[in-house]
Design a protein around this ligand. Structure first.
Ligand code: DX5
Ligand code: ZN
Length: 219
């Protein structure tokens, strides 16, 4: 159990892209800690979202760190451009990186924090040999590609297992959970050991996104 408050990272994927400046300004005013930026290539995931120019546009208005989630194959082709576009955290997918250790080194050499994301079917134990090099693990609690999907309950078990691994290693790796996060599963996720929560639809589809962010922060 823990009473610490979570890092809240609203996902801009669920925002109104026609009013991106206002949406980012709302996040600036809110209690959000990071802005989660979902990049999809139509190859690693069956959907295309947006890329570097949109990330730059978000960064131009953002007063909070950009937490960039790359759902793309061969991310090494683009991490430098995302770092230049304002990313502070760059997360790549375990399943997209046969040379994961090299990807992490590349991200860190650019001065960014390095994250690794795991799809729902990927076992957290696969990170045992790289954990000391990972700043953040992003546990997918839905299959990546779309916002608005239902939270997978098995996620709690994965978060608990990963928390135990991180504690045993004495590392500071952050655990972030992404997909179907809402006011009901936020506290159980924190209690399982999560540090950071991504929320897209739950924030942007709510009547008052700022108040919803505050509610998540206060769970
Ligand atoms: C899914 C993305 C998520 C998504 C979360 O592929 O990685 O960040 O935007 O959206 P919700 O909170 O609606 O599940
Ligand atoms: Zn994401």
């Amino acid at each position: 159990m823990s009473d610490r408050s979570p890092i809240i990272a609203p996902s801009i994927l669920a925002a109104d892209f026609a009013n991106i400046q206002q949406e980012v300004e709302m996040l600036n005013r809110s209690e959000a800690d990071w802005i989660h930026v979902d990049v999809m290539d139509g190859e690693f995931v069956p959907n295309i979202s947006f890329g570097i120019p949109v990330c730059k546009a978000i960064h131009r208005h953002a007063q909070k760190p950009l937490d960039v989630h790359l759902m793309i194959i061969k991310p090494e082709r683009y991490v430098e451009e995302f770092a230049k576009a304002g990313a502070e955290i760059i997360t790549v997918h375990y399943e997209a990186c046969p040379h994961l250790h090299r990807n992490l080194q590349q991200i860190k050499a650019l001065g960014c924090k390095a994250g690794v994301s795991l799809n729902p079917h990927t076992n957290v134990e696969l990170l045992e040999d790289t954990l000391q090099d990972i700043d953040l693990v992003l546990i997918m609690s839905v299959n990546p590609g779309f916002g608005g999907q239902q939270f997978i309950e098995r996620t709690y078990t994965k978060v608990k297992k990963l928390r135990a691994m991180i504690n045993a290693a004495g590392s500071n790796t952050i655990i972030e959970v992404d997909g179907g996060v809402n006011i009901d599963n936020a506290r159980p996720l924190l209690d399982a050991g999560a540090d950071a929560l991504v929320a897209g639809s739950f924030v942007f589809r709510s009547e008052n996104p700022e108040a919803t962010i505050a509610a998540l922060k206060a769970v």
